[in-house]
Design a protein around this ligand. Structure first.
Ligand code: PEP
Ligand code: MN
Length: 340
């Protein structure tokens, strides 16, 4: 059930609704919006009787939810969510969010060389894995805590916000200590205990779409995080597996308008994993921004030919700088049509 409060509802009237939800043994999720507050109820097995709420002062409407999701929906929050990261960065706002860096943190020198270029480009976010989900157990698995310490140094030196993956609950604890945004990777999109742990974090979650996840499965994964009380979720389209052999994954740019029709959550595009090839990253990044993406997450390396993971899709520092100029120009042209 969703309870939509009147636009002039008082704090007290909102509090009264919250306390009735609690007394019924359910969980209330109040989401204040630009014009009104809506309150979603979770934890109920069957339908909630709307008569508990309909006649309360300040309540405009009590709506039965027939879809499997509640918290991600535009019914709950009609305007887009802006995920704030620290005091001075955001994803989903007017500025195109640029998240760039290596697939994996390999060494201090490598990470700093790349961070220098990322900072120079004006991007606000640095990516880099310290815990890598590799297909082979013999491939480079990341530097672990040592990698996170390097990322924390980069945050300190350049003021960049750190986006980095957690593979398990312990990883979430660690990223909470050193990072700013917790990435849940494609392979873990339906790791429900990890999603629940992410939902109890105070950090925003970048939730990648699973390798073969439908839109509903992806949105329900976001719902898992939000159901625990963490409403700062950023969806990341990174391509899905298809019959195509000319790309590593098939980047589904239609996911952007498809999500927009249902959800208030911001969407970023990963053209690196979405294509797997250096020469395809820029065209698909440009297309993603043209489709209305809130941001891009891009793999960049100072020496792609020596990268310990995903070198084939890494942009050089020069290619990355060129791309930033292009996507900024595109964003400026289409932003008025997509913001709001
Ligand atoms: C990554 O961002 O480096 C990564 C492993 O991504 P994905 O989970 O999308 O494969
Ligand atoms: Mn990668």
């Amino acid at each position: 059930m969703l309870i939509v409060m009147k636009s002039d509802a008082t704090e007290r009237e909102i509090e009264d609704v919250l306390s009735i939800v609690k007394d019924l043994g359910f969980r209330a999720h109040p989401l204040p919006g630009a014009t009104r507050t809506a309150i979603a109820i979770t934890g109920n097995q069957g339908a909630v009787d709307p008569t508990h709420f309909e006649n309360l002062p300040g309540v405009a409407e009590a709506i039965r939810v027939t879809k499997p999701y509640k918290l991600i929906t535009l019914d709950l929050r009609p305007e887009k969510t802006v995920v704030r990261v620290g005091g001075d960065a955001a994803i989903g706002g007017e500025e195109l969010a640029l998240i760039a860096g290596p697939c994996a943190v390999e060494s201090r020198a490598q990470a700093f060389a790349i961070a220098e270029a990322v900072r120079r480009s004006g991007a606000r976010f640095f990516r880099g894995g310290a815990f890598k989900p590799r297909t082979s157990p013999y491939a480079f698995q990341g530097l672990g805590e040592e990698g996170l310490k390097i990322l924390a140094e980069i945050r300190e030196a350049y003021g960049l916000k750190i986006v980095t993956e957690a593979l398990d609950d312990h990883g979430v604890d660690m990223v909470e200590r050193y990072g700013d945004v917790i990435q849940i990777g494609a392979r873990n999109m339906q790791n429900f205990s990890l999603l629940r742990r992410a939902g109890r974090s105070h950090l925003p979650i970048l939730l990648k779409r699973g390798l073969s996840a439908t839109l509903d499965e992806w949105l329900l994964a976001a719902e898992y995080v939000m159901a625990e009380g963490n409403y700062n979720v950023i969806l990341c389209e990174r391509g899905v597996r298809t019959f195509a052999q000319h790309t590593r994954n098939t980047l589904d740019l239609a996911a952007i308008p498809a999500v927009r029709r249902i959800s208030h959550l911001p969407v970023v595009i990963d053209p690196s994993h979405g294509t797997g090839h250096n020469y395809m990253v820029a065209p698909l990044a440009r297309a993603g921004v043209a489709c209305g993406a809130d941001g891009l997450i891009i793999e960049v390396h100072d020496q792609p030919e020596r990268a310990l993971s995903d070198g084939a899709q890494a942009l050089t520092l020069e290619q990355y700088e060129q791309l930033v100029a292009e996507v900024r120009a595109i964003h400026e042209v289409i932003a008025p049509a997509t913001v709001g």
